[in-house]
Design a binder for this molecule. Structure first.
Ligand code: SF4
Ligand code: SF4
Length: 291
């Protein structure tokens, strides 16, 4: 199985639009959305069945047994996250503020604080002719490498007979991105023609190089800044990174998303540009010589 990851340095760069269009172009039947803070790949996939769901256990949360608590205040004084509050009669943990570090539990002289598993969200696996893995976080919980790894693991376990999988990676440059990159064959990095886009791109390439996976780059909305697009192309050339193409700003994107479709379903300039990016990406993924 070839595993292609679509990445970007931040949300809103066109990563999911690119992933959805590639899924349509390839007909890939094994897909995952690891952008679980704001999952929306499901909006443009045809999977409509009820998912198999499983709890996702995130960080632990502290809980005070008020019957044991003698109100010494040691826990509150030592919580670096201000997650413990004094009430009229006892102390309480603020669920959303607790980071699960365990310091309060360790220090409590009464052994009144327990660390409990926290169900941070739900893993979802949709199975019909397409296998689609994703997750839904509970309010106030953040994405993590552990969650991304779980989303990917569920997909790969189920899709053993598939030749290609396309994964919409987590945006950004943190731990969930590292977990997205791990075990992939290739990453297509979607960037915007901005200074911060280039900065994020450099960091993503560094992450990908640690895992020794293939990389290609494309610029979305390149016509917003042709000059910065040229800078990115030059950067790719100077560093022997495949530049897979540039996609123009195209208002068709709004119509596509609003209608639950991808660019592949519309005859428009962005579709044509993405087709070229797709073909160049496949050449890299399957080791066809494109230079
Ligand atoms: S350290 Fe333990 S006993 Fe002291 S206030 Fe906190 S929970 Fe209560
Ligand atoms: S586990 Fe850590 S963050 Fe949570 S309440 Fe205790 S000391 Fe604060």
């Amino acid at each position: 199985m070839k595993k292609l990851l679509i990445l970007s340095g931040k949300g809103g760069t066109g990563k999911t639009t690119t992933a959805a269009t590639f899924i349509k172009f390839t007909g890939a039947k094994a897909i995952a959305d690891c952008d679980v803070d704001a999952p929306n790949l499901h909006l443009v996939t045809s999977v409509r069945v009820k998912p198999d769901e499983a709890d996702f256990i995130g960080a632990e949360k502290a809980k005070i047994d008020t019957n044991k608590c003698v109100s010494c205040g040691l826990c509150m004084d030592n919580c670096h996250f201000d997650a413990i509050v004094k009430t009229v009669s006892t102390f309480n943990i603020k669920e959303y503020a607790c980071e699960g570090c365990g310091v309060c539990s360790y220090l409590c002289p009464q052994e009144a604080i327990q660390m409990n598993d926290d169900i941070a969200g739900s893993l979802k696996l949709y199975k019909d002719e397409t296998i689609f893995s994703t997750a839904q976080l509970k309010m106030g919980r953040g994405n993590s490498g552990k969650l991304v790894a779980a989303v990917k693991q569920r997909l790969l376990k189920e899709a053993t007979d598939q030749e290609l999988t396309i994964i919409d990676g987590s945006p950004g440059i943190g731990c969930p991105v590292i977990a997205s990159v791990s075990g992939m064959d290739m990453a297509l990095i979607v960037t915007e023609p901005t200074v911060s886009g280039l900065s994020d791109l450099k960091r993503l390439i560094k992450s990908a190089s640690i895992f020794e996976i293939k990389v290609a780059v494309c610029v979305n909305k390149w016509d917003i800044s042709p000059k910065q697009t040229e800078t990115i192309i030059q950067f790719c050339e100077d560093n022997s990174i495949v530049f897979a193409g540039k996609i123009p700003y195209d208002k068709t994107a709004y119509a596509a998303v609003n209608n639950g479709k991808s660019f592949a379903d519309y005859d428009c300039p962005a579709r044509d540009a993405l087709k070229m990016v797709y073909e160049n990406t496949m050449d890299v993924l399957y080791d066809n010589n494109i230079n």
